[in-house]
Design a protein around this ligand. Structure first.
Ligand code: NAP
Length: 289
């Protein structure tokens, strides 16, 4: 593709930021990628792996010539990064993020950027693995995966278009929705499953027979709990940032478990079959999409 912008600055060159850098390099979307972050050894590794062309440990220095700034740090670190880059951005620069919850990031961006928050486009790639860090980054992460943008009412449409083009260059399909809707949907499809995986492994780990449990664990346990190997700090941040929606989903799930528990107490096989058949049909339909 023809070069679209000169410089993309990626703050947080971990799995998400590093993979985006690799995909943009492959596509030829920009002339150069500048990495930034809090830890110089991580940035040196990113340079050594060819993920970035140049790095800066000073956020303001890193963003000053950037056309697009992508902030891909844990949710609890967004506000600090936004505040540090705000005075150094050019008037035409577009800022976006990759955080897994959107309403909290938009609040942080509006507080830090003030009147310039029209150049901020909130985003979330629906792609990832349970691994973290720049060494886990790979070029194909976003291929044929969805990226959700959640522009606010005041977001400039040219900024939204540029961020869409960037993710498309990385191989992704871009959709837009409100931040509120995003957080509700993702609480069910991503945040609750991670909580259940962490919760199940912790629960089994507390059993006296824990060694036996893990020794005889089969494919189902592996499939269900893979995501419990995800980064605890990232997931603490997601839980706290999307607390209300997640609590709502946990309540729905508690009601569901209660229904299954009641069917078991009553030895009601028909009720169990009804729930399991309904779930199997929905899961099979999803697999065939
Ligand atoms: P990651 O691999 O752990 O990378 C995080 C990056 O942020 C690293 O470069 C890390 O550098 C830096 N960082 C960590 N704490 C920081 C702090 N306090 N201040 C500044 N920089 C800091 O995590 P990731 O999976 O790429 O996740 C990044 C963002 O993408 C998160 O907001 C997450 O919610 C979102 N996301 C993740 C996934 C997923 O499946 N992993 C999917 C979609 C969206 P050092 O620790 O070396 O300093």
């Amino acid at each position: 593709m023809t070069v679209k912008v000169q410089t993309v600055c990626i703050i947080g060159t971990g799995l998400i930021g590093g993979s985006l850098a690799l995909a943009l390099k492959k596509s030829g979307f920009c002339q150069r990628i500048v990495g930034a972050g809090r830890t110089e050894t991580t940035l040196m590794k990113a340079l050594e792996l060819g993920v970035v062309d140049h790095y800066e440990t000073d956020y303001a220095e890193a963003v000053k010539d950037a056309d697009i700034v992508v902030v891909a740090v844990p949710l609890s670190a967004m506000k600090n990064v936004f505040e540090k880059i705000a005075p150094a951005l050019s008037s035409t620069a577009v800022v976006t993020d990759a955080g897994s919850a959107k309403q909290s990031v938009i609040r942080d961006a509006q507080a830090a950027f003030g009147e310039s928050s029209n150049r901020f486009v909130a985003g979330h790639p629906i792609a990832g693995t349970e691994k973290s860090g720049v060494t886990a980054a790979f070029t194909e992460l976003y291929e044929n995966r969805k990226v959700i943008l959640t522009p606010a009412e005041n977001t400039d449409s040219d900024a939204v278009n540029l961020v869409s083009e960037m993710w498309q260059a990385a191989g992704a399909e871009v959709e837009s929705m409100s931040a509120q809707h995003h957080d509700m949907v993702l609480a069910g499809t991503s945040h609750l499953p991670h909580i259940l995986a962490f919760g199940l492994v912790d629960c089994l780990n507390n059993l006296e027979e824990v060694d036996e449990v893990f020794r005889f664990a089969a494919g189902g346990f592996r499939d269900f709990t893979r995501i419990a190997s995800s980064d605890p700090v990232m997931w603490r941040d997601i839980c706290l940032s999307n607390r209300e929606d997640i609590l709502g989903m946990i309540k729905k799930y508690e009601d569901q478990l209660q229904m299954i528990s009641s069917a078991l107490q009553d030895s009601d096989g028909d009720a169990l079959i009804e729930i399991f058949q309904r779930a199997k049909k929905a899961r099979d339909q999803f697999s065939n999409q």
